[in-house]
Write a protein that binds this ligand. Structure first.
Ligand code: UT7
Length: 339
């Protein structure tokens, strides 16, 4: 006689996911364009007209990515009203981890005392924060976890060749974090779209230091452990990918650009952001921009900008907010949030 299997418990329907707290940290040291004029053959005029960057923050020598991540995480937790023991999962988006392993997320987990939390790093370069937002949200939506801490943190200054004017003027250090939870009665994250194109991985990379090219005296002397970028090609790909990612999430939600209270693009270059706004038909005043003060902080960029936009009152309850990002990989993404 066949025995009937006991019926399994029904999976509850997915939950909505909200960002219940945001926090950011940037290091104190400011490196201005005038400082860079003394380091490489460049000018304040070239940097501001080509990028919009006036200054960037640099971490102290003894300040690692995890130190900045911890500070941003503490601020996000305070703003969300959660304590470390409530956190179920920590995801750190970074391309500048403290070490190849263990993950920076594990170091953060210990430092903030999130004793119950699982922790891992996610690598999607400058798109990392939107990737962690989507990945972290899935755990909350599926009832796997109640409270997820996502962090974008970078010490880009450790991987920049300070003799290469093509790249050293562009990047800065910092961290941003957010707490993801289900908030009854709130829509929160409406739609995310992620994408990648590994066929263009050589446009922006650190060639050395991984298993394909372990560190040797030769690799160090060839500067293979520093960031390299084909700026022009990266620029073109960035504009196209950000525009189509933004259009996809807006189209799928039936939201028009004029309904957006705030658009937070990855802060790589003022000209990229303006081109994206132009192609989307957005007004410049819908954009939140801080690239002038921080440069490109990679995975931290939209998280720091989101924190500032909130504290400046640029985002209010019920507002529609669009995050749109692009980075090495290539990777890109957009997220539409009802605040
Ligand atoms: O975060 C992930 C994605 N990253 C990005 O999205 C960055 C994308 N790319 C860019 O933002 C821009 O391509 C750059 C800002 C990197 C460069 O701007 P560009 O308008 O594409 O300049 P270019 O590459 O055409 O360079 C023009 C000239 C070159 O000189 P020649 O060959 O025409 O004589 C460069 O050598 O500007 C020169 N140049 C500089 N001059 C003064 C490059 N860097 C500098 C510099 N100062 N710092």
């Amino acid at each position: 006689m066949p025995t009937s299997r006991p019926s399994l418990p029904q999976r509850p329907p997915p939950r909505t996911v909200s960002i219940t707290g945001v926090g950011a940290y940037v290091p104190q040291r400011i490196l201005s364009n005038a400082d860079l004029e003394r380091m490489v053959e460049t000018s304040n005029d070239w940097i501001t007209t080509r990028t919009g960057i006036r200054e960037r923050r640099l971490a102290a020598e003894n300040e690692a990515t995890s130190d900045m991540a911890v500070e941003a995480a503490r601020r996000a937790m305070t703003n969300a009203g959660v304590t470390a023991d409530q956190i179920d999962l920590i995801i750190v988006a970074t391309i500048t981890p403290d070490r190849l392993f263990p993950s920076t997320a594990c170091i953060v987990q210990d430092r903030i005392g999130a004793v119950r939390a699982a922790a891992f790093d996610l690598e999607a370069a400058c798109s990392g924060f939107v990737y962690t937002l989507e990945v972290g949200s899935q755990f909350v939506a599926s009832h796997t976890y109640n409270t997820v801490l996502i962090i974008g943190a970078e010490k880009m200054s450790a991987f920049v060749d300070w003799t290469d004017r093509n790249t050293c003027v562009l990047f800065g250090d910092g961290a941003g974090a957010a707490v993801l939870q289900h908030r009854p009665g709130s829509h929160g994250l409406l739609m995310t779209c992620l994408g990648s194109d590994g066929g263009k991985s050589e446009l922006l990379q650190v060639p050395g230091g991984g298993s394909a090219c372990p560190a040797t005296i030769d690799s160090v002397s060839k500067k293979l452990h520093f960031l390299r970028m084909d700026g022009k090609e990266t620029f073109k790909n960035a504009v196209n990918a950000m525009v189509s990612a933004a259009q996809e999430v807006l189209g799928r939600c039936g939201v028009t650009v004029d309904q957006l209270a705030c658009i937070i693009p990855h802060q790589a270059n003022q000209r990229i952001m303006s081109a994206v706004a132009d192609r989307l038909g957005a007004r410049e005043d819908q954009l939140y921009v801080n690239v002038d003060r921080y440069g490109n902080t990679s995975a931290a960029s939209v998280a720091i900008a989101l924190d500032e936009a909130l504290s400046q009152g640029r985002i209010k309850a019920g507002d529609l907010v669009l995050l749109v990002v692009f980075g090495a990989g290539l990777t890109w993404g957009a997220a539409l949030i009802e605040w």
